[in-house]
Design a protein around this ligand. Sequence first.
Ligand SMILES: [Zn+2]
Length: 181
Amino acid sequence: MGDMYDFRAPAMSWAQVDAAADSVRNSFRLEEVAYFPVVDVVEKLLANRFEEISFEICTHAEMDGAEGLTCPRGQFIRIREDVYEEACTGGVRARFTVSHELGHLLLHTDADKPLARAMSHEQLKPYRSAEKQANRFASTLLMPSRHISFLDSAEDLIERFGVSRPAASYRLDDLAKRGWR
Ligand SMILES: [Zn+2]
């Protein structure tokens, strides 16, 4: 799903979202690896486990400007070509976008629990927001707490995980708020 509007998703605690991100790392035996190879993993996941899901690299025009788009029925995941190329060469924003779309694919494509599109004026609770859930998934996937210490600065996270400064700062603030658990 793109970021132009939000969807009301089934309620999930951040712990549940984190567990979903951790299970991706576990299944690829990447728990010990700090820098997450998100493009490799998405391509392998879609090639092996999700044969019925197509991974499409699309032009700017085809995407109507959106950076990424995941089909709510789980039939495709689309990444804009420049975003895909950036993600392949370690572009930090692009890596987050691909992780975000993977979050939608794993959290929001259950046909039994279709998402309701939220009106733009509607204030969704964070734990019901598909966009916030996908962002949380991406944050945890790229920056697992086991690889972060309370001594780390945003600089450390940027270097270690290949993330943007806002993403690194947000992650540190959130971990500090929750007492580094
Ligand atoms: Zn999204």
